[in-house]
Design a protein around this ligand. Structure first.
Ligand SMILES: NC(=O)c1ccc[n+]([C@@H]2O[C@H](COP(=O)([O-])OP(=O)(O)OC[C@H]3O[C@@H](n4cnc5c(N)ncnc54)[C@H](O)[C@@H]3O)[C@@H](O)[C@H]2O)c1
Length: 366
């Protein structure tokens, strides 16, 4: 039986969309075998989304720990669109290790939104990963969880489990960490997932379009607002450093001559509770074209944030699985470049896409 056994750290909105999506595509497989609606690949290396099985899940929120995974995935403060009902699951969410996973201000909100850390002893994550036969762990912790992310990465190294880092903490893109994964023969993909049609991929494409068409970019901004816990967490600016670096480098890397730091501004701008998981991005590029004549472009994107990244992660999971099948360890350069904002090596998206196809077909190692 072709099965991909995954563990999840952080059962927030993104995890909820991922779990709903796995179940959605299971049903779709039965109804219309082989159609790839909403995914970059329906079948990847012979694996379909329905092959993915969650075997362990860790969180620290009192509203989630101890619940069955299906219930935790739709528990407050999760607020993403429930596009598919998750069937009852026997798997329970286990208590993770808190460290810097919670921003201080989350305890100050009214009861409906207040964060309370669950009581009880943290489980031994590496042991759970081994006992459940997890093949990889997805890291979905809040932005700014530097120490907690390093902790989960360390547990993967201990347990011999692959690591997919969906958040802007630099592990897989850090040469020292990447070497440790390579030495242990464990595949890793990261860092910071690049959504399907998100602000980053659009900003990269537009910046490159300006350059390819000979327009000199003078300045640009990308302002994002949303009402999910990710945006609430990011009100604490001290947690934002890596997020800003990741998003800014993702755009700068597409330019032959990067913009000066004063001329590029990218980042989350505010938390608007009623938007829930609807993220709105306002993007502007100013430049000069033929004859030095000025022009500008304004764009507004409105998208449900969490499902927007879940399909990309479903592809990352399957790339990690085929690397395991082929005994390839370390940073997977091509999937990281195509699926993540802050890979160990940046490539233009059209190049990274071809590299991923070559990787899937076994033409290149990583
Ligand atoms: N499109 C996207 O949604 C997108 C794109 C790129 C990156 N990301 C990143 O993915 C991450 C997850 O996003 P989300 O919307 O699901 O956030 P979220 O706030 O809804 O979920 C985070 C979860 O992690 C849990 N958590 C906190 N500390 C923990 C710990 N030490 N151990 C275990 N669990 C812990 C929280 O209780 C919460 O359930 C964020 O860092 C976000 O920036 C999301």
């Amino acid at each position: 039986m072709r099965e991909i056994r995954i563990a999840i750290a952080g059962v927030g909105n993104c995890a909820s969309s991922l779990i709903q999506g796995i179940e959605y595509y299971k049903r779709l497989r039965r109804k219309h075998a082989g159609r790839s609606q909403g995914l970059m690949h329906y079948s990847l290396g012979g694996y379909v989304p329905a092959d993915i099985k969650v075997v362990a899940a860790f969180d620290i929120d009192d509203r989630k720990v101890g619940k069955s995974l299906d219930a935790a995935a739709v528990s407050k403060p999760n607020c993403t669109k429930n596009f598919h009902k998750i069937p009852r699951m026997a798997l329970r969410v286990q208590m993770g290790t808190v460290m810097d996973g919670v921003a201080d201000h989350l305890g100050d909100y009214p009861e409906s939104r207040r964060f309370i850390v669950a009581g009880g002893k943290p489980v031994n994550v590496a042991r759970v990963l081994k006992e459940t036969g997890a093949e990889m762990l997805l890291n979905y912790l809040p932005v700014g969880s530097q120490k907690a992310t390093a902790f989960y990465a360390e547990q993967c190294l201990k347990a011999g489990v692959g690591f997919i880092n969906c958040i802007p903490v630099f592990i897989v893109s850090d040469a020292l960490w990447a070497n440790r994964f390579e030495e242990r023969g464990i595949p890793a993909i990261g860092d910071d997932v690049k959504s399907q049609i998100g602000a980053t991929i659009i900003h990269r494409c537009l910046a490159k379009l300006f350059e390819d068409r000979g327009v000199k970019i003078d300045s640009t901004y990308q302002l994002n607002v949303g009402g999910n816990t990710d945006f609430l967490n990011m009100l604490n600016r001290s947690r934002l450093k890596m997020k800003k670096i990741s998003k800014t480098e993702a755009v700068q890397s597409q330019l032959q001559v990067p913009l000066g730091p004063e001329d590029i501004h990218i980042g989350p701008s505010d938390y608007i509770p009623w938007l829930n998981d609807n993220k709105v991005c306002f993007l502007r590029l100013e430049g000069r074209g033929f004859g030095n004549v000025p022009m500008h472009l304004e764009m507004r994107l409105s998208v449900e944030d969490s499902p927007n990244s879940a399909g990309v992660v479903i592809d990352a999971i399957r790339c990690c699985k085929i690397a395991r099948d082929r005994n390839i360890g370390g940073a997977l350069v091509s999937p990281s470049a195509y699926f993540m904002k802050h890979p160990i090596t940046q490539y233009p998206d059209e190049v990274a896409k071809v590299m991923v196809e070559d990787f899937i077909r076994g033409r290149i190692e990583r």
